[in-house]
Ligand binder design. Structure first.
Ligand SMILES: Nc1nc2c(ncn2[C@@H]2O[C@H](COP(=O)(O)OP(=O)(O)O)[C@@H](O)[C@H]2O)c(=O)[nH]1
Ligand SMILES: [Mg+2]
Length: 231
């Protein structure tokens, strides 16, 4: 009874929650992007100094709220030996932010290979992908057309999904808001991967109809009543 009521409470007051993976080679700027995003979207967040960020071992997690939507980020390590762990997170994710270091021409083809492997994974089918051409504050960096050309043979592998290439500087924050707002729009409209909160609802309804107990039925009615009065 308590579980059911607390589930109901959560449904009413929790935001729709989506998991977003931040992927890309090591040194691309993933952790800096996550810190910049948290600083911009969480009013009281006092982040670490961006220049003090060091190599990620394991993963960093961060959460932001954008209106009624909650994004939970998983910033995974990008070193070659850690890339094999990426696909363990695919099934749970609603979106991917793929970060490219626009100043590192030498490793661009390595980044393209990792990207290609990622987008061809079945577990990520239909998941929106935001490609961030990061470090655009550096004068000598590669431009968006340069990067698109280098990644051009991935285009036909993108399939039916939302995909955007966005110029960005995780350090200065340029392009960060635009990227996040685009991602929010895409995950919300992607009916194939409902938010986490919907699972609670589904559980609730399933349980209410599979258990023939009077109080479950009345809670279910209460739930629909609450839904009806929400709008
Ligand atoms: N100039 C510049 N440097 C950046 C930017 N983003 C990250 N960096 C630097 O790139 C290095 C690697 O950043 P980090 O966030 O640790 O990369 P990660 O390994 O992908 O998590 C650090 O020295 C950052 O300060 C950016 O937008 N512009
Ligand atoms: Mg990192």
């Amino acid at each position: 009874m308590y579980t059911l009521l607390s589930g109901l409470y959560k449904y009413m007051f929790q935001r729709d929650e989506y998991c977003i993976l931040i992927l890309g080679l090591d040194n691309a700027g993933k952790t800096t992007f996550l810190e910049q995003t948290k600083t911009r979207f969480n009013k009281n967040y006092k982040g670490m100094s961006l220049s003090k960020i060091t190599t990620t071992v394991g993963l960093n997690i961060g959460t932001i709220d954008v209106g009624k939507t909650r994004l939970m980020f998983w910033d995974l390590g990008g070193q070659e030996e850690l890339q094999s762990l990426w696909d363990k997170y695919y099934a749970e994710s609603h979106g991917v932010i793929y970060v490219i270091d626009s100043t590192d021409e030498e490793r661009l083809s390595e980044s393209k290979r990792a990207f290609e492997k990622m987008i061809t994974s079945e577990a990520l089918e239909g998941v929106p992908i935001l490609v961030l051409a990061n470090k655009q504050d550096v004068e000598t960096c590669l431009s968006i057309p340069d990067i698109k050309t280098a990644f051009s043979d991935c285009i036909n592998k993108i399939g039916k999904r939302d995909c955007l290439t966005q110029a960005c500087s995780a350090l200065t924050g340029k392009g960060v808001n635009e990227g996040i707002e685009w991602m929010v729009k895409c995950v919300v409209r992607n009916i194939h991967r409902p938010p986490r909160k919907k699972d609670i609802t589904l559980n609730l309804i399933t349980r209410a109809f599979t258990h023939d107990t009077p109080y479950l039925r009345s809670e279910c009615k209460l739930y629909f009543l609450m839904q009806a009065t929400r709008y």
